[in-house]
Design a binder for this molecule. Sequence first.
Ligand code: BEZ
Length: 179
Amino acid sequence: MLSRTFLTQAKRSFHSSRVASIKVGDRIPDVEVQGSSPAETHKTGELLASKKRAILFGVPGAFTPGCTKDHLPGYIKKADELKAKGVDFIGCVAVNDAFVMTAWGKSVGNEGEVTLLADPAGELAKALDLNFDATGVLGNHRYKRFAAVVEGGVVKQLFVEPDNTGLNVSLAENVIKQL
Ligand code: BEZ
């Protein structure tokens, strides 16, 4: 029979090994992501700590319909308005490789308004605990659709789509109303 001490310890280690979702007040963890090619790497914590007011949004996938027609173009269109509200960096992250992210940006006419960040193995997604199992549709775990307002590397506001993929609270037009 398992002893009470063993069960208590097992329970504790189970809980301590769980990743807690990022929340308002937390610092963005330092995870390596890629820029325009795999050779261009950024540490997310350092990158965002260097910005006064950044928006980091996550999408389920480059080239998926909602991300391509609404989510990314919305931030490109609103980039100047966001800038006027003190936003000095807009980053978009997805579990895709850097080549796909770059091609996706070009396909929607991104001219540097949004910095596309590739998280090919989903390491940042896991560290933020903002991933969900999209295996059935996209083949692996992907980002829940979200947007975070980050000041000096610390999350000030967080908007996560409750159904993981919807296009509502995390859209540029809705985030801008909260700034
Ligand atoms: C989208 O349209 O953005 C989407 C499609 C399938 C899975 C997740 C997202």
